[in-house]
Design a protein around this ligand. Structure first.
Ligand SMILES: [Fe+2]
Length: 437
């Protein structure tokens, strides 16, 4: 669809017909006008003035998103002549000049963001490719497994232990046979983020990462038919699955260099703070600190990435659910820290904005989680060039609410490459002013 055309319910209107409450789409490409959005709801007369000053003579009125109708035209035109060419923008106008300057800065930032996301995806794919070999060699008792896992985990941990900003990006991945590795890597990345936020030492971070990477390795000893069976499970099946922490410890024990506190994470990752977990019914701080971290991120990942897409929650829903239904089962301090690090709307959450637009939360800086980056849905911009912006750059726009996956129109899902999964990887961005070598 061209950006010049309007849908059946949408209408071209003159700029003079605008008033607060009217939702519009601009007729020019995002790259050809000085505004940050292609569509918006008019809120103030000053916005109308800015549009006029930018030489925009016509816009497209979107009735279903408007609070009121446009003003009637004072002199209705008799003949359906082609619309007059918009007056040339007045480049000398200081408001328009400023808008263009801000827009150009945004375009530069957008390129940086796209590049950072590309680099992050490349590193994520490299990491995921190495995991099957690491798992296989650990299962075979190879002494090399521990060393290779340590390299991977230390590399990810280092991204959280630097003075630079660590940005957690949403990774677009497809569900495959290897999804068990996505879970292992996702739990590792999230655990290391939380561990860094909790002030763990580099050695604790390494052990946390090792425990996270192999936390479910004991499942390899359990028949897939039981593992993949949809609920309800029989008592015997449940008991069998509950053996996987112990099986996991037996597997890593074959590797003499495997850190003891990482093995403890594997054993205790299903213990609960309220003592209702397994296998040893431990409670509170009797559970190792690292295992208390893993149990939080493991639950979060299971809620977001349930094998049954109908049951999977978006990350916002998962955090709310954890906070209301699982609060007693989780270490309260680490749970609060986890929510603070991911932000109220973690990456992977589809949201509605205060200007009526739809967006997908793409990344979060754990140092400043209230200002995530969003990908904006704009049918007039090809999805390969989708606009990603920092919320801190747009103080006038806020997130109104999170959206359930089923409420996302198919074309919006497609635009976001939305799979309903929430897998993350981390990339560093040099802080402005540098100082870090
Ligand atoms: Fe498990």
């Amino acid at each position: 669809m061209s950006f010049l055309t309007a849908t059946e319910t949408e209408k071209r209107i003159k700029i003079e017909q605008l008033q607060p409450g009217v939702f519009i789409r601009l007729r020019d490409s995002w790259f050809d006008h000085p505004f940050l959005f292609n569509s918006l709801k008019i809120k103030t007369p000053a916005q109308i003035e800015s549009l006029k000053k930018a030489g925009i003579a016509e816009v497209i009125y979107v009735p279903e998103k408007s609070d009121c109708q446009p003003l009637p035209l004072e002199e209705p035109k008799a003949a359906p002549t082609p619309p007059p060419k918009p007056a040339a923008p007045a480049p000398e106008d200081p408001v328009v000049k400023l808008l263009w300057e801000i827009k150009k800065e945004r375009m530069g930032k957008l390129k940086e963001k796209q590049e950072n996301l590309r680099k992050c995806t490349e590193n994520y794919n490299d990491a995921i490719k190495g995991i099957p070999d690491i798992m296989d060699s650990m299962l075979s008792g190879s002494q090399e497994a521990e060393g290779n896992a340590r390299i991977l985990v230390t590399r990810i941990a280092a991204k959280f232990l630097t003075d630079d900003d660590s940005v957690m990006h949403l990774m677009a991945i497809q569900e495959t046979e290897e999804s068990i590795y996505y879970h292992s890597l996702n739990v590792s990345v999230l655990a290391l983020m939380l561990g860094a936020k909790a002030g763990l030492t580099p050695v604790e971070m390494r052990d946390l990462g090792m425990g996270a990477l192999f936390h479910d390795i004991g499942k390899s000893k359990i028949d897939n038919k039981v593992l993949k069976k949809p609920p309800p499970l029989t008592k015997a099946e449940q008991s069998l699955i509950r053996l996987h922490p112990q099986y996991g410890v037996e597997i890593v024990a074959k590797n003499s260099a495997f850190p003891k506190s990482a093995a403890l994470v594997i054993l205790q990752h299903h213990e609960q703070f309220d003592g209702k977990g397994y296998p040893q019914l431990l409670s509170g701080v009797k559970i190792s600190k690292l295992a208390r971290i893993i149990s939080i991120v493991n639950l979060y990942d299971n809620l977001c990435n349930d094998p049954d897409p109908k049951k999977a929650m978006n990350p916002y829903q998962a955090l709310s659910y954890m906070f209301t239904k699982w609060k007693k089962a989780l270490d309260p301090e680490f749970l609060t820290l986890f929510i603070r690090s991911l932000g109220v709307y973690p990456p992977g959450t589809p949201v509605m904005l205060s200007n009526g637009g739809l967006a997908l939360v793409m990344s979060v800086n754990p140092q400043d989680p209230l200002k995530p980056s969003l990908m904006l849905h704009d049918p007039d911009i090809p999805k390969s060039e989708a606009v990603i912006f920092d919320m801190e750059d747009l103080p006038e726009v806020t997130i109104e609410k999170s959206l359930r996956a089923e409420n996302l129109p198919p074309e919006v899902r497609d635009y976001f490459n939305y799979t309903g999964k929430a897998n993350y990887f981390v990339e560093n961005i040099k802080k402005a002013g540098g100082g870090n070598v």
